[in-house]
Design a protein around this ligand. Sequence first.
Ligand SMILES: *[C@@H]1O[C@H](CO)[C@@H](O)[C@H](O)[C@H]1NC(C)=O
Length: 220
Amino acid sequence: MKNSPRLLFLLHQTLLKFAKEHLDDPEEDWENVIWSDETKIEHFGKHSTRRVWRTKNAELHPKNTIPTVKHGGGNIILWGYFSAKGTGRLIRVKERMNGAMYREILSENLLPSARALKMKRGWVFQHDNDPKHTTRATKEWLHKKHFKVLEWPSQSPDLNPIEHLWRELKVCVAQQQPQNITALEEICMEEWAKIPATVCENLVKHLTYVIANNGYITKY
Ligand SMILES: *[C@@H]1O[C@H](CO)[C@@H](O)[C@H](O)[C@H]1NC(C)=O
């Protein structure tokens, strides 16, 4: 879907506001955030490849291509957590998620991810403004559990650094050409865990850079 000029304007206004509010935050604050989001991973067929954009010069390198979709390939939905210190838990969501399921995923995975990532006292949780996340019951649940939540600008998926991790994950997984959905899930879990901490750290650093530039999105 193409963004209309009106939407882009609103988007930029929101980001600008967000950037202004966070301009003075020390960089360490951003290192103490757990980012989260969901993604859909397609199961691709075995042969024939298509290019995936990465960087200008690496475009044609075979390692940056992913196989094209075969009919009936199917897909899986994943929910993941990460911080500047590395990747946290990755969970496969098998049903259409509702508020209750969302809270269950949080209760089973957020704290273990925070512990594994050795988050410092006062760490903050980020999720986007999907209705499942902002519903009263979820807000109350987060409050009751004393989780601090980052106020997130609406309609700004590009700002979430996890989007770039999803892209990284999809490229790595596709290279292994999983044969079926079970294999796809296993490979996703393995590859997610293997993403180097430096990649995560750089994404968070890039965000501080975006914020310092008043919310203008720059290329990673
Ligand atoms: C899925 O693929 C894996 C690896 O290629 C294979 O070992 C496994 O038997 C397959 N499972 C099914 C259900 O086809």
